[in-house]
Design a protein around this ligand. Sequence first.
Ligand code: MN
Ligand code: MN
Length: 315
Amino acid sequence: MNRSDKISSPISLSSQVSKQDRIIGAYLGLAVGDALGATTEFMTPNEIKYEYGIHQTIIGGGWLRLKPGQVTDDTEMSLALGQSIIDNNEVINIAVAQAFSDWMHTKPIDIGNTVRRGILHYRTSGNPDNDKNEYDAGNGACMRTLPIAIFHCNSSFEVLQKASKIQCHVTHNNIVSDVGTEAVLKMLTAAFNGNSKNSLEKYAHALVDKFPLYRYDKRKIENPSGWIVETLQSVFQAFFTHNNFEDILIDVVNRGGDADTTGAIAGMLAGACFGQKSIPVEWFNKLDANVRNSCTKQAIDLLLLSEPESFNTSG
Ligand code: MN
Ligand code: MN
């Protein structure tokens, strides 16, 4: 695919964006959000204002001292999960756990505590299903969920949910993490299948109806923690307030806190709705070229392996 041919073309209306384009847009959106947000991860909004005014350029740095365009565990774990699905043409618990373990052997630049503990649990016990833990409601399972959405973009919700639990429970076996991740999966698959951004809010409302702690209409969530609830509250606020990729991402990463992960989740949702051409060219060009290629290739490979559309029961 030659991106440079397409840069100058105007942003398409969402109805003109193909399914493959939405899926590639989601994967690149995840990586762009990760790379943009990593700069302001663990900063407060005031610190960001003082340092950058508005943070809107991919410059690297941050507490991880990244190169401009470098990504973190959010993108890397997604790619590890996706490769495991491609290799097996299925979401298999042992294969997913092994893929995460292999990734940890590469000495990643950052890794969450719950993720590390889950992988060590697998290594020592051989069991890819972590024990239920009421404290494991971090965002680490949700941040890497995108390959599940692509591979199961035409599957029933039951199939999608089963696959999601397999990948989540390697590290996060927690109901609050499960339901938040499943809401994001419903939004992603609906967006891939051409539903408008605004129509996706019904999935956020359904989540809040069942789990009121997810309410996101009360106050602006600044400095969101790695708790899946605060992460998704800030993502939903930004995502349902703005109507283009750039504004959604700038809003969410300038809230600081777990900004690479809010950026990654907001980026995958926005990319899924608006397609790859909605990603600002400057951000696209700054993204590490290997990451850009891996994300694009994996998006296409996972789509090719997904169930045929005639089985589509999503919605
Ligand atoms: Mn990260
Ligand atoms: Mn993070």
